[in-house]
Design a protein around this ligand. Structure first.
Ligand SMILES: [Zn+2]
Length: 156
């Protein structure tokens, strides 16, 4: 499915950007007006970010930061696609950005069950323990814990 983008201007100079499906080079990440104080980008429904999409995203971040260095970039509901990209390329998460929430993904080695958990980000993040709903075993984390350590450093 093609990438989609929905922009919502909320109160007090906040622009919310919801991204959907595939992020590639054609996703039109918007120009950000200078009078905004915060841009919130929601990754909840992003299913895949290809390499050109990663370039597109990093280029957009740099443009926004150059144009307005005081702009707060807040990232919400980091999904599997984003976390995989972050595992490969640290620049996907700029040091100045705030991450308010992200998913944990689990799998069960015993029975193959998969599960996920949406959590809000906290500086002293501990990886949640998930019990398999099917067999009662302890589930394994799908992503490297290092990814979550990086994200925790950028808690609000
Ligand atoms: Zn299981």
């Amino acid at each position: 499915m093609d990438g989609q983008i929905v922009q919502t201007k909320t109160d007090a100079g906040v622009l919310r950007i919801d991204l959907f499906n595939l992020i590639d080079e054609t996703v039109p990440l918007p120009e950000i007006p200078n009078d905004l104080s915060r841009v919130l980008v929601n990754f909840n429904r992003v299913t895949f970010i290809n390499s050109k999409g990663i370039m597109n995203w990093i280029r957009w971040l740099k443009t926004v930061q150059t144009k307005n260095s005081k702009m707060v970039i807040e990232l919400v509901d980091l999904s599997m696609a984003y976390l995989r990209a972050l595992e490969m390329i640290p620049d996907v998460l700029p040091g100045s950005a705030v991450v308010s929430s992200m998913f944990y993904y689990f799998f069960c080695e015993k029975c193959g069950e998969e599960d996920s958990l949406l959590e809000s980000n906290a500086k002293a993040a501990t990886v949640p323990v998930k019990v398999c709903a099917k067999c009662g075993g302890t589930m394994e984390l799908e992503m490297s814990p290092e990814v979550y350590k990086t994200i925790a450093r950028q808690a609000p």
